[in-house]
Design a protein around this ligand. Structure first.
Ligand SMILES: [Zn+2]
Length: 461
């Protein structure tokens, strides 16, 4: 027995394979093997439906919402609480537990409880895959547990830029709270800051051996500039962090700092070369089997390389951002993959991000270099049209005709020309509502929703 603190009885296999080991389970089929402590259910069938694209991720979130463990061999588990929180992976070692990520304030306590049903050893090391709060902020709960038991607080290991990110979140705290509140429709949201910072940092690669367990930490840029993926060579398990999220890569978020689509693809290629047998994504269920892991990594890289390649090709020919957004599309063969659906970020936002990465903020439209105030443009056009209500009426007509983008332009101009006109604001709200209904991504819906709520408020006033 490796460790006297191990509670082996709590590491239950699923009802399919009890009492045999999960690897012997006839129902396993290389699929994720989630056992929920509370519900006592297996998620094999659900994984297969997610993989086939016939189940939505909301169903998975519902299934794991009381907290669920995916056993990955004898000494590794992954803990899940909702799609919207990073998975937490726990690894046994002779020195104590190693955790990859920590969950977020709402889920950290339950996550740690589940880890403790599996192993009671002190937590020796925590690795942050990056500095987003759904991966780092559970450290507070982990430290509090260590303090209560008199154990030393774990060492935190992360990429050098995690520290810089945390400093940036403090400098832009008001903005970041607002942007996050808009993205997830939580007005008044306050972004948690002040997480404990890394004790050990690295730049490109870091090889660790902790209590006999070898870990390879590899840096790449993708969603963030501070990302780490963790390779466990003995078990051939890869914890990708948010390089894999069961959605189209989140590399174009409209209200966040620059992201790195091209380097994201490079990181996925590096991961694929490791040939993992198990892929633990940053969010969503664990992917078992070499072939499936390779497929997810390869498809993600292909889709990103397509977007980057097409955007650059047009940029190099002198295209403006306007032309690029119209021309660059991700082929349906990628978007149809259940793990690449554009339900969170939107590929069009990625094209913008790629443009911005190479070209800066100017979009190539002379009027946007030193623009007039929006309200001035709006009242000028309203006057030309014969009144803001004419602009609003045309917006409604365009919206009815399915020309949503143009409709939103005119509705916003009408609204800016007549901010206190309840009737015009009501039309604006209708146009925005139709635009939201036509979008698939959480981000497009969420950021349009900010203006829908504004229009609704004004139309009732
Ligand atoms: Zn995340």
């Amino acid at each position: 027995m490796k460790n006297p603190n191990v509670n082996r009885t709590a590491s239950l296999p699923c009802p399919h394979c009890r009492p045999a080991a999960p690897s012997a389970c006839s129902g396993l089929d290389g699929a994720a093997h989630v056992y929920s402590e509370t519900a006592g259910m297996t998620q094999n069938a659900l994984f297969e439906r997610l993989w086939a694209g016939t189940a939505a991720m909301e169903e998975w979130t519902a299934a794991v919402s009381d907290g669920a463990i995916t056993p990955i061999g004898d000494d590794i588990i992954s803990v899940h609480t909702t799609y919207f929180c990073g998975n937490v992976t726990a690894i046994r070692s002779e020195a104590g537990l190693i955790l990859i990520d920590t969950a977020k304030p709402e889920t950290a306590r339950r996550t740690l409880e589940l880890v403790r049903t599996w192993d009671a050893s002190p937590i020796h090391t925590v690795i942050y895959t990056h500095g987003h709060i759904d991966h780092t902020s559970g450290i507070t709960v982990i430290d509090a547990e260590a303090d209560a038991t008199g154990a030393p607080r774990p060492r935190i290991v992360a990429h050098r830029n995690v520290q810089r990110r945390m400093e940036r979140y403090e400098a832009s705290h008001g903005y970041n709270s607002l942007a996050q509140g808009q993205q997830f429709n939580k007005p008044g949201y306050v972004y948690p800051i002040g997480q404990r910072r890394p004790d050990t940092i690295y730049d490109d690669r870091l090889s660790l051996t902790i209590g006999g367990v070898a870990l390879e930490l590899i840096h790449g840029r993708g969603e963030t500039d501070d990302a780490t993926f963790v390779w466990m060579p003995e078990a051939r398990v890869l914890a990708s962090g948010d390089f894999v999220i069961w959605m189209f890569p989140n590399a174009g978020n409209p209200r966040k700092v620059q992201r790195y689509a091209a380097e994201w693809a490079v990181a996925l290629r590096t991961m694929a070369r490791l040939e993992p047998a198990v892929l633990i994504p940053g969010h969503g269920p664990v992917i078992f089997g070499e072939a499936r892991a390779a497929q997810v990594l390869g498809d993600g890289a292909d889709a990103l390389e397509h977007l980057v390649g097409e955007t650059l090709r047009l940029m190099n020919q002198g295209a403006t951002l306007d032309q690029i957004l119209d021309a660059v599309k991700v082929p349906a063969r990628f978007l149809q993959k259940p793990y690449l659906a554009a339900k969170y970020d939107d590929p069009e936002f990625l094209a913008r991000g790629i443009y911005h990465f190479y070209a800066g903020w100017f979009d190539g439209n002379a009027a946007h270099l030193k623009p007039a105030r929006t309200a001035d443009v709006a009242s000028e056009l309203a006057q030309l049209a014969g009144g803001a209500d004419k602009l609003a009426a045309r917006a409604a007509q365009l919206s009815d005709d399915g020309r949503t983008r143009l409709a939103v332009h005119l509705a916003e101009l009408a609204g800016a020309a007549a901010p206190e006109d309840a009737h015009i604001q009501a039309i604006r709200a209708t146009v925005l509502k139709a635009a939201i209904d036509g979008e698939t991504s959480l981000m497009a819906k969420a950021f349009l929703g900010v203006y829908l709520r504004d229009a609704e408020r004004r139309s009732n006033g």
